[in-house]
Ligand binder design. Structure first.
Ligand code: CA
Length: 232
């Protein structure tokens, strides 16, 4: 298990052809992504439910539940409504492309595709949903976080953050205003396979608070009683 399992964006690949699936997984992993694989529609839906990805790469033609149907179900559930979906298809007619986008896919790639192009499309979707993972600078009020240089400043002053506090702040800054439960923060910041007591979250939020206010300024973190934490 790597030290930073959960800062890596999580991509789920649903593709029934093993060679295609493994080639994709290999290349996505080489990009530093965490990759899950599913070989058919049912497995894909179960994976989305049990370990929600940041981006879904979805083959159109699948045995059992088709890619179109998966996309439709994902859009129907509030928890996954905004999950970016990139559809893969051997069909190249414009009408299919339109249909793919109509049923709610965010992007559409025709087979055979160049892997570099697909990776670029995945990154484009991630830029939208998890900007800190693709080297963007996040801003919240006077706080700035640069994921590439691992620098955090407030009002232009450099702040000293431990690695866990940094990941915690990155998660919070990706979605200002969202209330995160302790369990959600554990999954995102520590990783789901690591056993950590939820009280650990409180300890690190405390440290993050202290670090953020070290050079002055108000407390930007909100404790929501019985629910968790949010930024702003
Ligand atoms: Ca297929």
């Amino acid at each position: 298990m790597s030290q930073r399992p959960s800062l890596a964006p999580h991509v789920l690949v649903v593709e029934d052809e093993p060679a295609q699936r493994e080639m994709l997984a290999y290349n996505l992993e080489a990009e530093g992504f965490r990759v899950s694989q599913a070989a058919d529609g049912d497995e894909g839906l179960a994976s989305v439910r049990d370990d929600p990805p940041d981006v879904l790469v979805l083959d159109w033609m699948l045995p059992g539940v088709s890619g179109i149907e998966i996309c439709r179900r994902i859009r129907a559930r509030p928890e996954t409504r905004n999950l970016p979906v990139i559809m893969l298809s051997a069909r190249s007619e414009e009408v299919d492309r339109v249909r793919g986008l109509e049923i709610g896919a965010d992007d559409y790639v025709t087979k055979p595709y160049a892997i570099a192009e697909l990776l670029a499309r995945v990154r484009a979707q991630l830029r939208r949903v998890r900007p800190s993972t693709v080297g963007q600078v996040l801003e919240f009020g006077d706080i700035m976080l640069d994921a590439e240089t691992h620098r955090v400043t407030r009002g232009g002053q450099s702040l000293k953050l431990g690695p866990t506090e940094f990941r915690l702040l990155a998660a919070l800054m990706e979605k200002p205003g969202r209330v995160w439960s302790r369990e959600q923060l554990l999954d995102r910041v520590w990783g789901r396979d690591i056993y950590v007591d939820t009280r650990t979250v409180d300890v690190h939020v405390g440290r993050l608070r202290k670090a953020l206010m070290a050079e002055g300024g108000d407390d930007p973190l909100r404790t929501v009683r019985g629910a968790g934490y949010s930024l702003g």
